[in-house]
Design a protein around this ligand. Structure first.
Ligand code: MG
Length: 401
């Protein structure tokens, strides 16, 4: 459709950055591929641009290994402006540069809008504001919102160093709009000088000495970052419902040279008597998760009479409970385990257990807690007859119930 663009001084390209791993969102796939209202986030991030005839080209940077997810996200979008995806780099900054280089190799010149794939609520109006913001004398312009919270700057000790006046502070969104060549030059210069850590392209342009203009962003143009952002976005206006479950488990010590706790094998002068690997921490947490859906307990799902679970790694039970939660529409918010034992010492293994929980549940490490206490030598735990665990899990569901 080049004829329709004859009145436009410079062509406009969009570079959508979809190479991030999105780990804070706590899913097993990057958040930009997660479905929201039935459609992948990335696809929704592209939609306003596809509706704008003034956009000449849409380039996307994806992560290595995400090729199939990408193909699924854009399936059926037969738009010749959508070019083959470019593979990103280790950081967002690297990924943007690689995307710009790909546009350069296609001979592109003009205005480029850089947009985050995790912002699926961009309006055409805001995208048009971005296009209009780059004009003679303005090589960089970004959408901003006033901040409503008071913002403070900390010193290295975590104390307040400064309270900047709020009327001069803004938060920043995408799409950020740039004249193509200055942006590519700034990226190349930063790469050549080994300058990393720019969290947006405007910061890189500032570093390169270019003035950056602003235009009003839109509150709805939010970036999906945390699991609860997805829950909220799925059902705007409907309340979030948090459910909490608890679980408790005990196993007696027996012959052996190790125990499994929190998915970690720990050398010990005793083993535990159990049908499976006897991991009380994972068993208690499995029950806690099942409880958030009213889905019974571990024995209902994995009967001890069933020989297939003999010696089984307990992560299978926890993975199953997490799947039941997800199928019920829940998003796991956090998991907390208290281990009660005189021995073995838990402290040296606590971090490995948290990492195991994070991996099995697909949630970030700060949402996984493992604590330990002795039983002060009293009771069966105090007499070193066994080991116990108490677990709590919280899960958020959407909708009023
Ligand atoms: Mg058990």
């Amino acid at each position: 459709m080049p004829a329709e663009r004859d009145d436009i001084e410079a062509p406009v390209a969009v570079l959508v950055v979809a190479a991030g791993r999105g780990l804070r969102a706590g899913f097993d796939a990057p958040k930009q591929y997660r479905r929201l209202g039935g459609s992948p986030v990335l696809r929704q991030a592209l939609t306003p641009f596809l509706a704008m005839p003034e956009i000449a080209r849409i380039a996307i940077v994806i992560g290595a290994g995400d090729e199939a997810r990408y193909a699924d996200a854009v399936a059926g979008l037969s738009d010749e402006r959508l070019t083959a995806p470019t593979l990103g780099g280790a950081t967002r900054q690297d990924s943007v540069r690689l995307g710009l280089e790909a546009l350069q190799s296609q001979g592109f010149r003009g205005t480029v809008l850089v947009h985050d794939a995790a912002r699926p609520f961009l309006s055409e109006a805001l995208a048009r504001s971005a296009v209009a913001a780059v004009r003679p004398g303005t090589v960089a312009a970004i959408p901003v919102l006033p901040v409503t919270d008071t913002i403070k700057r900390l010193d290295e000790a975590g104390r307040i160093a400064e309270t900047p006046p709020r009327d001069r502070l803004v938060s920043v969104q995408t799409p950020q709009a740039f004249a193509f060549e200055p942006l590519l030059s700034a990226h190349r210069q930063a790469a050549a000088e080994g300058r990393a850590g720019f969290t947006d392209d405007a910061a890189l342009m500032e570093w390169a000495g270019h003035p950056v203009a602003t235009f009003p962003g839109e509150p709805a143009n939010m970036k999906l970052t945390h699991p609860e952002d997805f829950v909220r976005a799925e059902a705007p206006g409907s309340p979030l419902v948090v459910r909490v479950g608890t679980g408790y488990d005990v196993h007696a010590f027996g012959e052996g040279d190790h125990v499994w706790l929190g998915g970690v094998r720990i050398a010990h002068d005793r083993g535990v008597l159990a049908h499976s690997d006897g991991d009380v921490a994972l068993h208690a947490l499995t029950d806690a998760l099942l409880a958030t859906c009213g889905a019974g307990d571990i024995g209902d799902h994995f009967p001890p009479s069933d020989m297939q679970w003999k010696g089984a790694p307990s992560r299978i039970f926890l993975e199953h409970a997490a799947m039941i939660v997800r199928e019920a529409g829940g998003t796991i918010m956090n998991a907390d385990i208290s281990l009660i034992a005189e021995a073995p010492k838990i402290g040296p293994h606590r971090q490995a257990m948290r990492e195991k929980l994070s991996e099995i549940l697909g949630i970030s490490l700060d949402r996984c807690s493992v604590k330990a206490t002795t039983n002060e030598t009293i009771g069966f735990v105090g007499r070193r007859e066994g080991i116990a665990a108490i677990a709590t899990a919280s899960v958020v569901f959407r909708g009023a119930d």
